[in-house]
Ligand binder design. Sequence first.
Ligand code: C5P
Length: 187
Amino acid sequence: GYELARAARDMGANVTLVSGPSNLAVPMGVECIRIQSAQDMFEVISSKQNEMDFIIKSAAVGDYRVKEMASEKIKKKGDTLTLELVKNPDILAYLGAHKPKHQIICGFAMETQDLIANATEKLVKKNCDMIVANNLRTEGAGFGTDTNVVTFIHPDHIDTLEQMSKYELGRKILHTLLQKQERILEC
Ligand code: C5P
């Protein structure tokens, strides 16, 4: 997300980065809105959706949250502890369902199996223009690396890319999304 924001800034975009807690430096010139929870992220992004030409949802949002947050430290009792979880709002699915006509939405998909099939299903279900899919088991992909190895999932074809830096990938994603926008504006 941070490298995408940097790449978009370098390409001349006005960028808003919505970020959970992170030690990464916010690229200069990028507006950063700090959030704590998936619910916060949902509220910020849904309220800003109509101002955006492009939305790229690279955050790995937790699917569930604890039902009740303890106000004090939880005292040790038995050998096991059960926490009840409830579903978080699916922000990308909401954005896809409320997409303005000329907006381009790009999601991410991280899988450990059936990458293409699962990511393609996500593209359709969440009404995205593109999904950037990566396999967490591939070396040089995913979290904690400066590189990524991804496949772009389009509505009618897929495009598998070589390993590259996250910045370089950010530029590729943005160029691809710009081409999609040009095609929509031509219609
Ligand atoms: O369904 P899955 O979580 O695998 O989809 C991943 C995509 O959905 C990512 O783009 C992620 O940012 C987005 N997502 C979301 N809200 C959630 C869960 C995932 O926007 N609660």
